[in-house]
Every structure is written in C-alpha cells, then in structure tokens.
Design a protein around this ligand. Structure first.
Ligand code: UCC
Length: 627
C-alpha cells in the first residue's frame, strides 16, 4: 500500500475517533504489507493512536453501581427512624442491603438468564412434568426463609410495625430477587388466609412451613385462580369442579390457565363443589376455597396434576408460569361452601400490597442506578449530574418514587395495625379502600418511571445484558396481575357501596387530620392549600355522583381512584415533611408532588367525560366511525 494511503488512513482514524472502528483493520493490513523503514515508522506512529489496528479505543463507559439499597435510601431510613427506631431493625436492614448488592443481585441476574424449563418426559418416555429451575432460584428460596421474608409478618416481634419491617426488607430485596417476590407474595397471602380461617388440621403444618425461617422446612404457596374464561371475572370464569370423597377430602378437575411460580409446594385454589347429581352452583356463590399440596407419587409423577406447558411471557421470565390440568388433585376445602371469593380476598389483599412494594422498589432501584450513572457519565463536556435538564428529569422520577413509597408504606402500617388488633374502624376502612388504590396507582407509576428512567442511560438502557430492560419488562406485569387497573378501580366503587360510604368518610377525615397537623408550617403552605382544595373538589364530586346513575360512577372509576391516590399521597408527603426529623428534601418533594392535578376526577367531570353522551362518542372514536 502506498505511504499516502497510510497517511490517509491515519487522518481518517483521527477524524472518526471513537465512532468508526473500520479504520484500524486497514492499518493491520498495512503493517503486514509494510516493507520499508519509513512505513514501519508510520506504523509505530499510527499504533500509538486510538483505533489503530484492531483496537476498539481506550474509552469505556463505567457501569452504574448498585450500592447498599438501605443506606442509599434516605426516605426509607427517615421513615423507619420516625416510626420504628429499633437498632436491631436498622442493623438487620443494613446487613441485608449489603447482602443484596454484593451477592443476591447476581443471583437475580442468574435467574433471568437461566429461565425455568419444562421437562415433560424422562429419557424412557415416562411422563414426569419436571419444572427445572436455576440453582439461583433455589438459593432465593433458602434466603427467603433465613431472612424471614414471610416469617417477620407472623412473628410480630415489633407489634403493629412488624409489617412495615417485613415490607421494608422486601422493598430492598425485590429488584434483585429474580422475581422470587412473586412466590413470597402468594406464600404470605396463603398464610394470611389460613390464619384468618383458623390454623387447624390439616393445614397446621402448612402454616408453620409457610412462616418458617428454616430453609429445609420452608414452603411456598401458589394461588391458582385464573382459568381460560378469565382472570378478572373469577365468579363466572371458574369451571374447576370439586368432587367430594368419602374421607371428607375432594378431588379437583379443571384447567388453570395461569399459575405463577408453579414450583410451589402447595396452593390455594377455587373450585365448584359438585352435588350427588354432578351439578354445581354457578357464579360467585358456587365457589369454594381449597387447599392442595403439590406432591409426587411413587412413580415420580405429580399427583393429580399435569403441567400442560410453560407460558412464554414478556417479562417475569425468571419464574415458571404454567398451564395446569387438574386431574383428580386431592384437596381439602378450607372455606365454607360458596364462600370461596370472600375467603381468598385476604390473599388478594396481601398479594396486592406486595405488588405495591415491588412497584415502589422498581422505581427506587432505577432512580438509584440513574443517580449513580449521572455521577460517572460525561456528555457534552460535563457529567450528566451537571446538566440541569437531566437533573430535572431525575428529580421528577424521585418525587414519583417517594410518593409510591409513602402510599405503599402507609397501607403496610394499616395492615400491621389490623393484624395486631389495634386498628380503629377508621384504619380498617382505610385499609379496604387503599389496598386497590395503592396497587393500581403504583403499578402504573412503575411502568412510567422505569420506562422514563431507561432513557437516562442512553442506548445502554436498551441493552439486554445491562439488566435494565428486564426491569421494564417485569414492571409491566404489575398493572396486570392481581387485578388490572380497571378491575381495581371498580373494586374501589364496590367497597364504597358495600360500606355505605364509610370508607370514603374515613378517607376524608384522615386526610383532614393529616393536613391539620401542617397548618402552621409556612414552607408547606402551597402544598397544604393544593391538597385541601383538591379534597374539597373530591368531596363535592362524591356527594354529587351519588345521585347519578351507576353508569356515571363507573366511567369515573379510574379517575376517582387516581384522585384518591394523589390526594392521600399528597397528605402523606406533607405529614412526613412536618416531622421534626424531616429534611429539606422532604419539603421540596412534598411541594413538587402537590403541584400536579391532584383531583383528575373533577377535572374530567368538568370536561364531561362521564356524561352518557360521551360513551357513544368514545366508542365511535375507537372504531373510527364518528360522523
Ligand atoms: O393469580 C394471579 C397471579 C398470581 C401472581 C401473584 C403475584 C403477586 C404479586 C407479586 C409482587 C411481585 S393473578 C389473579 C388475578 N385475579 C384477580 O386478582 C381477580 C380480579 N378480580 C377481582 O378482584 C374481582 O373483583 C373479584 C373476583 C373479587 C369479584 O368476584 P365477585 O364474586 O363478583 O365478588 P363480590 O361478589 O364483589 O364479593 C364476594 C365477597 C364479598 O364478601 P361478602 O360476601 O362477605 O359480602 C366481598 O366483600 O368477597 C368480598 N371481596 C373482598 N373483600 C371481594 N373483593 C374483595 C377485596 N378486594 N377485599 C375484601
């Protein structure tokens, strides 16, 4: 190659610094072809440059570092300092946070890259239906027992604050858990159902295993509710029948369309008891709640279960989700006949709260990583943290994450009070109303915040082995399972109607009492004013809507639930910022939260969104046949 070409290549190499890796390959070719000393000197000079030969340059972006999630979370520590100032709790959470970032987070990644698989047959053709999970998934089970991730809620060592302690631990753990929080949510829910129905034979042993700290005896539970006809409309969608046996047990026959974490040791499930003629009662009144163990016979086959296939999902790939044929599964009836939905409702309350913990935790995790990345990544001549627009974006996400945390923790507080027998009627009403509210609101927030946050890593946020895309995929399920946003919005209406409005009365009086405590804090005045006026609007809406038809209320259900969430969270922000140990960040976050439209249900009412004339227009728009 002529010397002039070499020089040209060098210029190209300089000009395309960092972006064009084609140049070095040509330089390699030059070296092998060089014969004269001039050319060798040129080669020496060229190889001192970046991107010469087959090099890829000297610049490598530093990865965001996961630090101890307990120590990094000022709001979590502040909240616990305020409500649960026990040295033992702080030491445990700090040690666990260290374990999560140093050890467990890697296992979570292992779960993601080694998803479960189903082995239907053994090498000799016998049906075995083995769900093979990764070693990391199994380690998660042992860790869950050792760390008391379910047990803490039942040991109640910290009385009414035990749930807050347990959920703080799960909040630290969740984003690194490889979705092991899903079986833990159902395990906790099953323990709660058993406890509320009475811990007696034959579920005594199951209860002690579900709440055990011993890895060798710890069990997880499934929650098999969803059938082909629908996951939401459980009352009419459940076809599984329970055939009574002479020993008092039942055999279940049916098909469960989504069963999560199917490697569980036991399950709670719904079925319709058959009478002597084989008939069953339709609807909700025909459903009973059953307990079944997942076990194998001497032939190695699952007793009464065939695993049809594993689901191919957008996210939660770390965890097996299966279709199951129940073909004579031995089961014990836990509820009275026909009280299945009411009896499993406790499980739904627990899993919905766990869902909110995971949602708040996902937001916290991405903001934590983005914050760290902003101190490492330089663009346009300075670190990301020195770009005001970038920091504005991160601070908005920080406010959302804090809001999700405060709302979620308050529901955990209420749950703890109820379980320890210290809940007032107001607390119980609030817990019933806020459980669907926190689940639906934080589930949606998580998808938005995680999606937004991936942008703050640039293209790296879209690269699979950074682990970041998996967080978004897993967040997407949070607004779907355990009741979609609309189903839960309707649950809000249902509990308002069933309590004859008591749940909203409790809501209004609690928010007012939180605001009253802040009336003299001038720095929070704009926030207090915003929440106060949104609350008046909401009260006005609820009073007026009562005289409208059910169709009107139904159309408002989603906005109503959002309003309940935003106003209540605003009051929690204010309350937390008033605490004597609060920081200026707490005040600033409260002010920011309260700047948004806190009462979208009034806003959209004024726009006529719930008027009956709007419904045909909405439908015509969707089908594009507006005239
Ligand atoms: O299984 C699934 C995936 C498992 C994965 C777990 C992940 C956990 C999170 C992990 C975090 C990482 S997903 C399953 C998803 N399916 C659902 O969530 C069901 C969604 N549908 C509903 O929630 C519906 O609203 C139904 C099924 C509850 C509605 O059924 P009914 O029969 O129409 O219900 P009714 O008639 O309204 O209520 C029947 C009884 C009433 O009690 P009584 O008879 O005493 O008046 C209600 O008060 O049940 C009571 N009840 C409730 N109680 C109904 N809902 C509730 C509730 N939410 N809380 C308390």
């Amino acid at each position: 190659m002529p010397v002039s070409s070499v020089i040209l290549n060098q210029r190209l190499a300089r000009g395309c610094h960092r972006i064009w890796s084609g140049v070095p390959r040509q330089c390699v070719h030059v070296k092998s072809a060089s014969i004269g000393s001039d050319e060798e000197q040129l080669w020496e000079a060229a190889s001192a440059l970046p991107f010469t030969r087959a090099r890829i340059g000297s610049f490598f972006q530093e990865r965001p570092e996961l630090k101890n999630p307990f120590l990094e979370d000022a709001l979590l520590r502040g909240y616990l300092r305020r409500h649960l100032p026990h040295q033992a709790v702080f030491s445990d959470l700090c040690a666990f946070g260290e374990r999560v970032c140093k050890e467990v987070d890697g296992w979570g990644r292992e779960c993601e890259v080694t998803p479960p698989r189903l082995v239907h047959f053994d090498p000799w053709g016998r049906r075995v239906d083995h769900i093979v999970t990764s070693p990391a998934w199994k380690r998660m089970k042992d860790l869950s027992a050792q760390e008391g991730l379910v047990a803490i809620g039942y040991e109640r060592s910290y009385g009414e604050w035990s749930r807050v302690y347990q959920m703080s631990k799960l909040y630290i753990y969740s984003p690194s858990s490889g979705l092991y929080t899903c079986p833990l949510a159902m395990t906790d829910g099953a323990a709660k159902v058993i406890q509320s129905l009475g811990v007696s034979r034959p579920v005594e042993e199951a209860f002690s295993r579900l709440t055990s700290r011993q890895p060798e005896s710890f069990w997880t539970s499934g929650q098999w509710m969803t059938e082909r006809q629908g996951g939401s409309d459980v009352a009419s969608g459940t076809e599984t029948v329970a055939v009574p046996q002479t020993d008092g047990w039942y055999k279940l026959h049916g098909f469960k369309w989504f069963t999560s974490a199917t490697d569980a040791d036991m399950t709670l499930t719904l079925a319709r008891v058959q009478d002597r003629t084989g008939a069953t009662t339709p609807g909700s009144k025909g459903l009973s709640l059953f307990y079944a163990e997942v076990s194998r016979g001497e032939d190695g086959r699952l007793r009464g279960i065939e695993v049809q296939r594993l689901k191919d999902k957008l996210g939660t790939r770390q965890m097996p989700t299966a279709e199951l044929l129940l073909d004579g599964l031995p089961a014990h009836r836990l509820s009275e006949e026909g009280r299945g939905v009411a009896s499993i409702a406790n499980m739904l309350t627990i899993t919905r709260i766990h869902n909110s913990v995971s949602a708040a935790a996902a937001m916290r995790r991405v903001v934590h990583l983005a914050r760290d990345y902003a101190t490492r990544r330089t663009a346009f001549g300075k670190l990301l943290k020195d770009h005001p627009l970038h920091m504005q974006t991160l601070s908005r996400m920080e406010v959302e994450s804090r809001g999700a945390f405060l709302l979620m923790m308050d529901v955990c507080r209420l749950l703890g009070r109820e379980e320890c027998g210290v809940a007032t009627q107001l607390d119980s009403h609030l817990l019933r109303l806020l459980t669907p509210v926190v689940k639906l609101y934080t589930g949606k927030q998580a998808v938005a915040v995680v999606s937004e946050c991936l942008e703050s890593f640039g293209g790296q946020g879209y690269i699979e082995d950074t682990g970041l895309p998996g967080i978004l995929r897993d967040a997407q399920v949070l607004s779907i399972w355990e009741g979609t946003t609309n189903v839960l919005s309707l649950d809000v209406l249902r509990c308002m109607a069933r309590s004859s409005g008591m749940v909203v009365h409790a809501y209004f009086s609690h928010v007012k009492s939180l605001l009253a405590g802040a009336s003299s804090v001038s720095s929070l005045a704009p926030a207090v004013k915003a929440v106060d006026s949104a609350l008046s609007e909401l009260e006005g809406f609820v009073q007026a809507a009562a005289s409208r038809g059910p169709g009107y209320l139904q159309l408002s259900a989603r906005d109503l639930a959002y309003s309940l969430a935003r106003i209540y969270t605003g009051a929690l922000f204010i309350d937390h910022a008033c605490w004597e140990g609060a920081s200026p960040s707490d005040t600033y976050a409260a002010l920011r939260w309260c700047e948004q439209d806190l009462c979208p249900v009034s806003t959209n009412q004024r726009r006529g969104h719930y008027d009956s004339s709007t419904t045909p227009l909405d439908a015509a728009l969707v089908f594009d046949c507006l005239r």
